[in-house]
Design a protein around this ligand. Structure first.
Ligand code: NAP
Length: 286
């Protein structure tokens, strides 16, 4: 059975790597802060000293790190994945990045004869733990087919969108809608409260009607309780809003709703809520 390399053991990476190990695969892991490797070591993973070492020791390496800068550092940096790749090996980047970053990594990987797939994931901490993520892949189709058993351990659905960049764009479009919806919900709760209504009753009424959705059901009651336990950190949501807006600029789309929502995420970041859940954007409303 193939040995899988896994880089980036944050909120998402740790449970995802655990699900792959529990699916019966051998694994080599790396995380910049080595202390986060402990839970995987306990489950039998070997620990590497660099992304390069992971890629050198595995046929297939997967990465999930914060943002474009982190993905570039891990993939193309001094002791990055690229240095450990060779013809035929596979590299899958699950991080949420912009299309240009993904394309830059893809061309470096394919230049050394290895195969590249971008595969950002939709869903947060709980779906990562439960193996119910949605995989949004693009790039090497053969690698996608080979990775389907792994995606089956990570998620409930996998989609293939074609050339590198298209999975990244799909992920940014999804998160842009989610960010705008979270801000819209915050506004609705604020209006209801300001008008002397019970905002919990607004959640009930929304849930009975055509805009009923799992996001409002999951986040709404916690927002009203002032609980913002991190599932998807606000700093990553703002990063995704920024990347989506930049992609809109490139495509000549003005995206006014997302632009307005991003202002509230930026305010929340400035207020120090970046490590709280993205729903902490509610605190930016008075
Ligand atoms: P996280 O908990 O903040 O973890 C970030 C990971 O990136 C850590 O392993 C961190 O290493 C690593 N990292 C950051 N900068 C690095 C660098 N320069 N070099 C090497 N490693 C670096 O983030 P997360 O929530 O797991 O999210 C990871 C990715 O998945 C992001 O792109 C995010 O947008 C996406 N995503 C997240 C969710 C969610 O709900 N959380 C859902 C879908 C997609 P250290 O431990 O050393 O800091």
């Amino acid at each position: 059975m193939k040995r899988i390399g896994f880089i980036g053991l944050g909120t998402m990476g740790t449970p995802m790597a655990q699900n792959i190990i529990r699916g019966g695969y051998d694994m080599v892991v790396y995380n910049r802060n080595a202390s986060k490797c402990a839970p995987l070591k306990k489950e039998g993973a070997l620990i590497a000293d660099s992304p390069q070492e992971v890629a050198a020791e595995c046929d297939l390496t997967m990465t999930i790190v914060s943002d474009p800068q982190a993905a570039l550092a891990v993939s193309l940096g001094d002791d990055g994945v690229l240095k450990g790749l060779s013809p035929g090996k596979g590299y899958i980047d699950l991080s949420t990045v912009d299309a240009a970053t993904s394309q830059k990594i893809a061309s470096a990987v394919t230049e050394v004869g290895a195969r590249f797939l971008e595969a950002p994931v939709s869903g947060s901490k709980k779906p990562a733990e439960d193996g119910t993520l949605i995989i949004l892949a693009a790039g090497d189709n053969g690698l996608y087919e080979e990775a389907l058993p792994l995606f089956g351990l990570l998620g409930k659905a996998a989609h293939y969108f074609g050339d590198v960049g298209r999975g990244a764009m799909m992920k940014l479009a999804v998160n842009m809608v989610m960010g705008s919806m979270t801000v819209a919900l915050s506004e609705g709760l604020t209006l209801a409260k300001g008008a002397g209504l019970d905002p919990a009753a607004l959640l009930d009424v929304l849930d009975e009607g055509v805009v009923s959705n799992p996001l409002f059901r999951l986040k709404g009651p916690a927002m009203l309780r002032g609980e913002f336990t991190t599932a998807f950190p606000l700093k990553h949501m703002q990063k995704d809003m920024r990347l989506a807006l930049e992609a809109g600029d490139d495509a000549g789309s003005t995206l006014p709703v997302a632009n307005a929502a991003n202002v509230k995420f930026l305010e929340s970041l400035a207020d120090g809520y970046g490590d709280e859940d993205m729903s902490a954007v509610f605190k930016a409303f008075k």
